[in-house]
Design a protein around this ligand. Structure first.
Ligand SMILES: Cc1cc2nc3c(=O)[nH]c(=O)nc-3n(C[C@H](O)[C@H](O)[C@H](O)COP(=O)(O)O)c2cc1C
Length: 186
């Protein structure tokens, strides 16, 4: 038998979008706890390819400005304001980064998969708290490499927006029927 509590946590995980955040700041120690949980994700040869750049306070604005600049949204006030609001409502924005080992002994997809598992740990850690988050892969993310000081063997795989929310509208997303999409080979 599997642990019911774990099934409940997995099923309760959900995306909470910045429009639902109240703009309050989460303590740095709490963010660190989330990252420590991320850090327990499994990896082939224990390469631990994930690393994070955490933006808060004024650095969030710099990141938003850079995204606007790189995506040439400067002339689009509506889009610009929407993005700034998204950043303001978030407490922290975690840039999800992945570093391949120098010898490239592990295929890139495995390192990306391992990094995604680390993100899932963050997401699961938010269950049953008033901390919400969601993974976004903004257009032109690779154009941020210089701003993020990434080296040749490093990539940013998206942003994890984190914030505090009070009430949330129930969302029921359809999930496919895994029984019909599983082949049992006894
Ligand atoms: C790798 C990855 C990238 C994602 N990128 C985006 C994105 O760019 N924009 C977005 O609105 N949602 C993005 N999402 C969030 C998904 O839309 C969300 O997880 C999905 O709708 C299921 O909802 P749930 O997380 O509440 O179960 C991403 C999720 C993952 C795992």
């Amino acid at each position: 038998m599997i642990n019911n509590k774990i099934s409940e946590i997995i099923k309760a995980r959900k995306s909470v979008f910045p429009s639902q955040f109240n703009g309050k700041e989460i303590e740095k120690n709490t963010i660190l706890e989330l990252l420590k949980n991320a850090n327990t994700a499994p990896t082939h040869k224990l390469t631990q390819p994930w690393f994070f750049k955490v933006f808060s306070k004024s650095s969030k604005t710099s990141l938003a400005k850079e995204l606007i600049k790189q995506n040439k949204l400067i002339q689009n006030t509506q889009k610009e304001d929407k993005l700034h609001l998204k950043f303001q409502k978030s407490s922290h924005i975690i840039c999800i980064c992945m570093r391949r080992d120098k010898t490239k002994s592990i295929p890139e997809w495995e390192e990306i998969a391992a990094t995604a598992m680390a993100v899932q740990n963050i997401w699961l850690s938010c269950v049953d708290s008033n901390i919400g988050g969601y993974w976004s892969t903004p257009k032109g993310i690779e154009k941020l490499n210089k701003f993020l000081n990434l080296k040749k063997n490093e990539k940013c795989l998206g942003f994890f927006y984190i914030g505090i929310y009070e009430l949330i509208k129930k969302r029921k997303l359809p999930r496919k029927n895994i029984e019909t999409d599983t082949e049992w080979l006894d």
